[in-house]
Design a protein around this ligand. Sequence first.
Ligand code: ZN
Length: 267
Amino acid sequence: MEGLMEDEIPNKVKIFGWRACIEILPTRCNLAKRNLIVETDCPICLHSPETEVHLLWDCPTAQDVWVGSRTKLQKCSLSQQNILHLFEFLMNKLEPKEMELFLVQAWMLWNQRNGALHGGKLKDPRWLNTRAAELLAENAQTKEQLAVIPRDMGGNVWCPPPPPFFKLNFDATIFRERCWFGFRVVIRNEQGEVMVALSTIGPPISSSEEAETLACRKAVEFAVDAGFSELIIKGNSKCYESTFFSKSGPVNLWECGCKYSMAHPWD
Ligand SMILES: [Zn+2]
């Protein structure tokens, strides 16, 4: 999976891939192992225990998708021992772009399964395959646009970080009537190339100050999770500047073993 981490796969799909690999998806078998349920049969075909490898590979619904796929998947053999063996088998067989498409298709199969449990209908495999390819293309386009226009979140000209630092820009948007907020995070290298980006909805909040503080904290958590240890951080929130900004140089935000430096406001 390492080689796939710098590509065009949406973050939510990467996270799904990791969860599947280490077998912590809430499949019926995994829930039964934790004594949360008794029934382990696949809710789609009702014929086999629902493990990750069954759900994403052996299940007839999954096979319908793979048979209709444009990649070499249609010629792959059935019956892999477990999900890790399946992923290793596919990574040896597929080109990186094909592996990306497989992961998006698998993620869509998982979503479809969850929808079916709540009364949703199974999609036509051809639709699923077409939509998976579209999602990858859309994600690649977004990433390209972010890379082409090196501006910060406020639309100001973006200043590159000095090596070895990466620069993290973040901002928060508050939806007051719904008491929640959204935030965006982009980490770029000194060339302005986007390393990782995230745009998501945060938890419910009770004030704009809380949203701004949370956005800053979540931006840094995202950076640490993504493996970035030396960062120049720039946000647009007053709270962030008054709470964390320091003119005295590098600041340790949290004691996590990483060095952080706060950007000057005019950066
Ligand atoms: Zn099944």
